[in-house]
Design a protein around this ligand. Structure first.
Ligand SMILES: [Zn+2]
Ligand SMILES: [Zn+2]
Length: 317
């Protein structure tokens, strides 16, 4: 029986791989990061509007409750027709805008920002030795749900729409530890363990040119995330890495190791925003052999388009 069915199964698997869904149009616009161009406010935070084959997705929501709201208005970007929001992890510089945005845009469209996609672990109780609860997502959950929003929690990689994937929590194969110490996960019975941001997830878009990886803070590690995406989603080169990769404190050795891995993955475009760090972006540009057209610091209003490439914003060209 096996000898008869195995070749058929192999053929089916090969056909399924060849026919893996790909996105043909993609535009990513930054709505929160430190640097800003002609319009919008800069802040220590991250948010981006992703439009992939017509699917409009907000990736993270900024550090102040009204930054993304104001920046979207300044940039004439309508978010009332965005049903889905992804939160990369629980830190406040990514999640502070969620409830404000939902409340504001629900006035004109009840479906606006009504679904929030999060990685398992985002609601775990944390302590930093100060306030009774150090995880702002516990209060945010209550407020978002009372504003009509629903959270969808992922324990593993999932295709949200054809060719548009969430990594879910990422295994930490390499020790790319980049988070600040001091915040602990509560395990119960008064016990705690270091908070390694287990919920940290990225968005991965499959295209003809390769994978486009969009990261908020990169606490899983840029290399861990890319290697996992290539193993779980598609064994393709990384066409573009966009967003925050938390390398601003990385040593020269770490940047050299990271750059070697990025070259191995075939990286062709890098838009380093937020906590990627300005020096880190330029160092990675040099070490990976990219140039000012293909590696830049991201600014509010800038972004990336699959057809035309990086559009960093006037200040960062
Ligand atoms: Zn970060
Ligand atoms: Zn973070």
């Amino acid at each position: 029986m096996f000898s008869r069915t195995a070749p058929i199964l192999l053929l089916l698997t090969a056909a399924a791989c060849a026919a893996a869904d790909k996105v043909s149009s993609l535009d990513v616009r930054l709505l929160s990061t430190m640097l800003t161009s002609n319009e919008g406010y800069g802040e220590w935070g991250f948010a981006a509007l992703v439009v992939a084959d017509g699917h409009r997705i907000l990736f993270d929501t900024g550090a102040h409750p009204d930054t993304v709201l104001n920046n979207a208005r300044d940039l004439h970007i309508d978010l009332s027709n965005v049903p889905d929001v992804i939160l990369s992890h629980h830190h406040l510089d990514y999640t502070a805008g969620l409830v404000t945005l939902r409340r504001e845009y629900a006035k004109s469209n009840p479906a606006a920002l009504a679904r929030a996609h999060v990685g398992a672990g985002i609601f775990l109780s944390r302590t930093d030795g100060g306030a009774p609860e150090a995880n702002p997502m516990i209060a945010t959950k209550r407020d978002y749900e009372s504003a009509g929003g629903t959270f969808i929690e992922y324990t593993q990689t999932r295709e949200l729409f054809p060719g548009i994937w969430l990594t879910g929590p990422v295994p930490r194969k390499y020790p790319e530890k980049n988070w600040s110490p001091g915040r602990m996960l509560r395990l119960g019975d008064g016990k705690t363990t270091e908070d390694n941001l287990p919920e940290d997830q990225s968005l991965v878009i499959v295209t003809d040119k390769g994978l486009v990886v969009i990261s908020g803070c990169g606490h899983s590690g840029i290399v861990n995330t890319m290697e996992y995406a290539r193993a779980k989603i598609a064994p393709a080169p990384i066409y573009a890495a966009l967003g925050g990769f938390h390398l601003y404190q990385a040593s020269d050795d770490t940047l050299a190791w990271t750059a070697a891995k990025l070259k191995e993955f075939g990286l062709q475009n890098l838009l380093g925003a937020h906590c990627t760090g300005i020096e880190a972006v330029y160092r990675l540009r040099q070490l990976t052999g990219l140039d000012r057209k293909t590696a830049a610091v991201g600014a509010v209003g800038g972004g990336f388009n699959l057809a035309t490439g990086l559009d960093p914003g006037s200040i960062a060209r």
